[in-house]
Design a binder for this molecule. Structure first.
Ligand code: LMR
Length: 318
């Protein structure tokens, strides 16, 4: 006998669905660990002509897993079909960088993909769709996407910098010799690129300012900052391909941060549209900033952050 009460089905569109990141992500979405154990979902998977066979394989594996919350799986190569009534669009599909490349080198090819997907979202997605752009360069791709979707609030678009936040938390925890859950209030300012600024001025370890725990300013300014900025590249050197498992975990974190209330006093980083920001950052761009959410899918920018000369200068150079 069915006693559980289910929420209304939501449509989740995922591009690049035959790729490595999606292969980790889709099974997390289907298991309920992202949207909760009472939230049925439909997965709408976007691939390309080249990947359609693999996409059929992904759909078969999802079906064979008998996830109780996964009510529908559909696949396609036309974003105007796949994005129909999407309430979430997780845009992963893009050409990835290889060894020796910068993320910005991908702009020509990936910018076109994101312009087309923005137009498709504008035409057919839910008017309040939340969009998370993962394909690089993700800040610029998010901006291109939102500019092509004028009927969807610009506020609904995110560029994924949660991976950088997680990397920063890991390094701070290792340095301080604490478990990562003691590290909070970590902001990534700027782009998901080597100019990003991991903020150790506002970050806390066990509730204390990082600088009171890690008393090595040179390490914070140089080694820590560089390690976070270059982590993606270092992984490509090791793997010969870009990060996938940790990226999918950070997409889960980014979504959960929007659908659950942010813990008191803490915040999370996301690349968001900069209009009306309180920090003096240029308007009209997508820039990673500290956000809080009531858990309704929306967010507000955190006002009580502090700046010193170092942080201000670094942010100005992004
Ligand atoms: C990452 O940070 O791991 C991804 O953005 C992939 C890349 O190109 O670095």
């Amino acid at each position: 006998e069915e006693t559980r009460s289910w929420k209304k089905l939501i449509n989740i569109a995922v591009s690049g669905a035959a790729g490595m990141i999606a292969n980790h992500l889709l099974f997390k979405l289907a298991s309920g660990e992202v949207f909760g154990p009472d939230q049925p979902i439909a997965l709408k998977l976007l691939g390309s002509e080249r990947s359609i066979q693999a996409l059929e394989g992904v759909a078969m594996e999802l079906e064979d897993s008998l996830f109780p919350l996964l009510r529908e799986v559909s696949i396609g190569i036309d974003p105007y079909e796949v994005f129909q009534d999407a309430e979430w669009a997780l845009l992963i599909g893009a050409k990835p960088r290889g060894p020796g490349m910068e993320r910005a080198d991908l702009l020509d090819i990936n910018g076109q993909i994101y312009a087309a997907q923005g137009r498709a979202l504008n035409a057919v997605a839910s008017r309040n769709v939340k969009v998370i752009v993962v394909g690089n360069p993700c800040n610029t791709n998010a901006l291109i996407c939102l500019k092509n979707a004028p009927n969807i609030p610009a506020k609904n678009f995110h560029a994924l910098t949660r991976l950088d936040e997680n990397r920063a938390k890991c390094q701070l925890a290792l340095k301080a010799g604490v478990f990562y859950d003691k590290v909070s209030n970590v902001t990534i300012w700027g782009n998901h690129s080597t100019t990003q600024v991991p903020d150790f001025l506002n970050a806390r370890i066990d509730g204390l300012p990082v600088k009171e725990v890690v008393k090595d300013q040179k390490w914070l300014e140089e080694e820590f900052t560089e390690k976070v900025q270059k982590r993606g590249g270092a992984l490509i050197q090791k793997w010969g391909r870009s990060s996938a498992a940790s990226t999918s975990v950070s997409i889960v974190d980014a979504i959960r941060s929007l659908v659950t209330p942010t813990p008191e006093g803490d915040w999370f980083s996301s690349g968001v549209y900069s209009d009306g920001n309180p920090y003096g950052i240029a308007e009209g761009i997508v820039f990673s900033m500290p956000c809080r959410s009531k858990g309704d899918g929306d967010y507000e920018l955190v006002k009580d952050v502090i700046f010193d000369d170092y942080l201000q200068q670094r942010i100005a150079k992004v």
